[in-house]
Write a protein that binds this ligand. Structure first.
Ligand SMILES: *Cc1c(COP(=O)(O)O)cnc(C)c1O
Length: 407
């Protein structure tokens, strides 16, 4: 090692040490310390460049530090950042208008994190059940899927099927029924007169990029209509172009009664989430029923408007479809003895490894060494989900490195 290498190595170590020393240990990051990003690329404190194949779990679909979103953020930050919803502001209405136009829903409720939006949807469904459907008080049931990921609040982990997410955090919130993912018959069998909603991900991201059988969304929508149950799609990870369509539900032309968005809604600049639905559902909220100090603030609204405009005007959804098809095709053609299956749609891709391969994390470490940042999920799956601005050249660069890491 030269002297400058030593200095650089200790700098990386220094930042890791600070996080480990003063931070709660609720994450186990790869040992990379990032300092800068542009488009699909990020740079560590040593100046090494990586292709970001996680995109902050699909929050930076528009690419890192997108100049147009940045400009909107800076401009708004200099004028007005937070009013609370005790007053109107001149950005929120414009955000509603853009979001409703983009999504085709007539009404929206803004929050910040994804988990807050899921909580909002759960509350809306319950109150809709009591006030519209006529479910007896405190009897509402919401059906969810095994392998789900909807966030980390106490209520949301109550219906997780991942033991680590629940254990030690009880007493858990009742009122949730779990069915196998992708199983229409199990869904129908679980519906009772007290069922108010079916909450699902059109592709399970954290669960390992699980794609349900074709026709599942259509059949679920049909059942929900027949039994007067709200179809609630959590598209926090799959929505906003990630799968090559506006929403993953668009693949089956299914319009959920409730659409939950987050992550890329702000292009990674600022937490913005939202619940979209019809007045019949969101209209159950009366002043005082629900809220958030930061939800719908003018800074978030301005950022989200720019983030939506970038998705649409820069053709990112189409690019996700084209590059995603290419990336998956090339990954499938990659004859590695470790790879069991390549799954996904658009640029949400899971490379599922054989159990004997020794887990996905060691490959993610190897990929980081080669300049590709990816995250293992569910032990054996490497998730590859670069920002939607990624080009074919970027992917070819990555494919050569993935091939050598997977031998
Ligand atoms: C990330 C995610 C959430 C939670 O969002 P946070 O912003 O982390 O609270 C919920 N649902 C899905 C499908 C997600 O991917």
């Amino acid at each position: 090692m030269t002297i400058s290498d030593t200095a650089v190595a200790s700098q990386t170590g220094h930042f890791i040490d600070l996080e480990e020393r003063f931070g709660a240990h609720n994450y186990h990051p790869l040992e990379v310390v990032l300092t800068r990003g542009a488009g699909p690329w990020v740079y560590d404190v040593d100046g090494k460049r990586y292709l970001d194949c996680l995109s902050a779990y699909s929050a930076v679909n528009q690419g890192h530090c997108h100049p147009r979103i940045l400009a909107a953020m800076v401009e708004q930050a200099q004028r007005l950042t937070l009013t609370s919803r005790a007053f109107y502001n001149d950005q929120l209405g414009l955000f509603y208008q853009d979001l409703c136009e983009f999504s085709g829903y007539p009404m929206a409720l803004p929050m910040n994190s994804g988990a807050e939006a899921v909580e909002t949807a759960v509350k809306a469904a319950r109150k809709w059940g009591y006030t519209v459907k006529g479910v007896p008080a405190d009897k509402a049931e919401i059906i969810v899927c095994a392998g789900n990921f909807h966030g980390r609040t106490t209520t949301i982990v109550s219906f997780s099927t991942e033991p680590q997410y629940r254990e030690g955090f009880g007493p858990l919130t009742p009122g949730f029924v779990v069915v196998p993912y992708g199983d229409v018959a199990a869904l129908e069998a679980a519906i009772t007169s007290n069922t108010v909603a079916f909450l699902f991900e059109p592709i399970q991201g954290e669960g390992g990029v699980n794609v349900p059988p074709p026709g599942y969304l259509t059949a679920a929508a049909e059942l929900c209509r027949r039994y007067d149950v709200l179809l609630m799609a959590d598209e926090i990870q799959t929505g906003l172009g990630r799968t090559g369509r506006r929403f993953a539900c668009d693949y089956e032309d299914v319009r959920p009664d409730v659409m939950i968005l987050g992550k890329a809604l702000s292009g990674g600049f600022y937490p913005v989430s939202a619940v979209l639905s019809d007045p019949e559902v969101l209209g159950v909220f009366k002043p005082g029923d629900h809220g958030s100090t930061f939800g719908g603030n003018p800074l978030g609204a301005a950022v989200a408007r720019a983030a939506l405009a970038v998705l649409r005007e820069e053709g990112l959804i189409e690019n996700a479809a084209v590059q995603g098809a290419y990336f998956r095709e090339q990954l499938m053609a990659m004859r590695s003895r470790h790879v069991r299956e390549v799954r996904g749609k658009g640029l949400l891709i899971g490379v599922d490894l054989h159990p004997e391969a020794g887990g996905a994390r060691r490959f993610c470490n190897a990929l980081a060494g080669q300049g590709i940042l990816a995250k293992d999920t569910h032990g054996t799956v490497i998730r590859l989900a670069p920002p939607l601005v990624v080009t074919r050249d970027d992917l070819d660069w990555a494919l050569a490195r993935i091939a050598s890491a997977l031998v």
